[in-house]
Design a protein around this ligand. Sequence first.
Ligand code: UDP
Length: 409
Amino acid sequence: MRIAMVSEHASPLATLGGEDAGGQNVHVAALAAALGRRGHQVRVYTRRDDPDLPRSVVFARGVRVVHVDAGPPEHVPKDDLLPHIPALADGIAADWRTWAPDVVHGHFWMSGVAALAAAKASSPSPVVLQTFHALGVVKRRHQGAADTSPPEREWLEPEVGRSADRVIATCSDEAFELKKLGVPQERISVIPCGVDVEHFQPDGPVAERSARPRVLVVGRMVPRKGVGTVIEALSMLDTDAELVIVGGGAPPGGSDPELDRLAGLAERFGVSDRVQLRGQLPQAELPPIYRSADVVVCAPWYEPFGIVPLEAMACGRPVVASGVGGLIDTVVHGRTGLHVPPRDAGAVADAIAELLADPARGARLGAAGRRRVVSGYAWERVAADTERAYAATMADAAAPDARSLEVRR
Ligand code: UDP
């Protein structure tokens, strides 16, 4: 197949851990690469955010990243990108005049707007699949006035869901939300995000650590990731455990306001001497850090999917996770980790204490986590499921009255 992916703000080539660069970048990069390995031709269209970027870059076997001129060639926060989406759509449609795709797969709602517009302007028109990665309706529910999404998201996002030929939800919770937005159930497939199980694995170098029990948090440093809750939980533990926090736009002492806020919280809770803010680290450096942890904690208020717990499980670590969004599907309470309610520092502290008190149990949960991700979340498996969804959607488009059987897992 010729597969076009649109990922307006999240380039596979970006550095991860900054405010707008996380799971979606990983997802698009890994899925595109896995589809390329399966023999497909993939082009990933993303907005040019640097004047020096070449027009097109070979990213992996069969995969090119195409930089489209849409708005100023510099970083623009994703919530300010909507005015530039028509130019992105035009640029994509122009490329399709010499490279007509069978499928276009939008990632994030604005990419869906661009994908649908480019498909409409093209002949032959590819089928359109959409993965939202996050839903505005959920974000607004949890963030209220702090949500900086443009107001148009409220109606454009459901419109993308209803107009796409198929929507890929990454977890069952998202499938329920999509149904509530009016996306017909028969057009929703549930296919999770994946994890690189070769890169993230239990065996290998372990980062240097002290004799203190180590709790680890990895992620973009934004308030909804609940890192403040983990810092508070640390202050409630009877042990002298240390908390290593990886992520954030600037190194310790730098100017990332969220890291400054977290440092202030650690001060307030009297645990600054046990909290290490490491800043952003490349994926290559993460496995030894995961392996050095006794427990990995993901305590978001909400989480559309959450790749970090998969990385932790792939490295054989037990996970304490809020029982929200994708974490409900990925972390199995009592088998691969422990679920806690969101925004509940006491519950996080209890769960960490429970696991630290019984390292053999932690190891058992970690080993079960590894088995779970290898069987259900390796990118090859995710790519195979996605390929099936593409093929089923193309079959539906060819025979609209005989919608093919559901491809949901
Ligand atoms: N990440 C990274 N370096 C950092 C912080 C995060 O490589 O310093 C990666 C992390 O390993 C994971 C991704 O960013 O692959 C975060 O994905 P997740 O789905 O957990 O959260 P999102 O960023 O999508 O909200």
